[in-house]
Unconditional design. Structure first.
Length: 343
């Protein structure tokens, strides 16, 4: 049974722990929060000791079998945390986990965690066997309204009275970095929770450092969505983190070529088979919106400028390559920059 991270704590307090708890995803703070909730509730129910296993290259799956069957000197309940570094247990691990799932015990609690997993893992026999008897949750990076709601929930829990503009500013400063947001809210709680003073955006701006973190993939998604302000902010952040300009450019070239393929398919076949182009459902809306904005002429100009930019970055010394990348980003709107030289 899947439980979303924002409802996880409430769910296990009301419904209790399942014998198998599967926590996956690339957002570390949500994962830590859920695992902490499991540990706290498990300890209150007599799971006083914890065994930690990591299924790396030196791991033997007999260790997990032994852990589920061994008796502790201090507790008759077994609490085991198993980390899958790749999100997949391999052939032997799949057999062991499937066998363990067949005989769940109220005295054995197994928490399995790992990075982001795809549908292929969720459809695997071992995963479905554990899920049938347990709970699973997947932690995705928060942005937009879900991030605002997470901050509001944290502030309420710590009695931090913060106005809506302050919440939005904190979200802007900590997007992609929930750990930084958590630490900032805890700092605000120490400073203002006792006196009930409302924290506004001016107070936050004076004492908060922008700790947002982004990826090139988020930059591209915001370009496709037409949110140029957000895209340029991410580009500035990528520059400050020392991301190689060629990595950003390569992703822009890839997206522009995909847009050209979409338009060519539309022209030849009358519609776009997104699955054939390996554009999965979660990104199809972004491409549809972009194709409404950009005509074939615009996409052709975009590809020409990207090819020119590729030559410039490879053969010339450019003082500010991210200025060049900003120029290219604006062409995704499209902005009328086709006659402005890149160099």
């Amino acid at each position: 049974m899947q439980v979303y991270p924002n409802r996880f704590d409430q769910h296990i307090k009301q419904q209790g722990l399942a014998p198998f708890m599967l926590i996956f995803g690339d957002e570390p703070q949500q994962k830590l929060d859920m695992i902490d909730s499991i540990r706290s509730l498990a300890k209150s129910q007599g799971f006083d000791e914890r065994q930690t296993l990591v299924a790396d290259s030196d791991f033997s799956w007999s260790q997990l079998i032994d852990a589920t069957q061994s008796m502790s000197l201090f507790s008759d309940k077994q609490y085991i945390e198993l980390t899958l570094p790749t999100g997949k247990p391999g052939a032997e691990g799949s057999k062991v986990l499937s066998a363990i799932a067949e005989n769940p015990s109220p005295d054995t609690l197994i928490v399995i965690q790992g990075p982001k997993i795809g549908k292929d893992v969720q459809k695997a026999k071992w995963f479905k066997a554990l899920d049938k008897e347990g709970l699973f949750s997947i932690c995705y990076p928060l942005e937009g309204r879900p991030l605002v709601q997470w901050i509001e929930q944290r502030c309420r829990a710590l009695d931090v009275n913060i106005n809506p503009a302050g919440v939005n500013l904190l979200a802007d400063f900590s997007e992609g970095n929930l750990l930084a947001a958590k630490q900032e809210i805890e700092k605000l709680a120490l400073m203002y929770a006792d006196n009930g003073q409302q924290v506004d955006e001016k107070t936050l701006a004076a004492g908060t450092v922008d700790q947002s973190r982004f990826t090139v993939f988020q930059f591209v998604d915001d370009l496709l969505a037409g949110d140029i302000q957000k895209a340029i902010k991410i580009l500035y952040r990528l520059e400050s983190e020392g991301v190689e300009p060629n990595i950003v450019l390569w992703n822009l070239i890839k997206e522009a070529q995909t847009l050209a393929e979409c338009q060519a398919m539309q022209s030849l076949e009358g519609n776009i088979n997104f699955n054939k182009l390996r554009i999965w459902q979660n990104k199809q809306v972004l491409y549809k919106n972009t194709l409404r904005r950009l005509s074939p002429k615009h996409v052709n100009i975009l590809n020409q400028h990207l090819q020119q930019a590729d030559l410039i970055l490879k053969s010339e010394t450019t003082a500010r390559p991210y200025i060049l990348l900003s120029h290219l980003a604006l062409l995704f709107l499209p902005a009328p920059l086709e006659n402005m030289p890149l160099n």
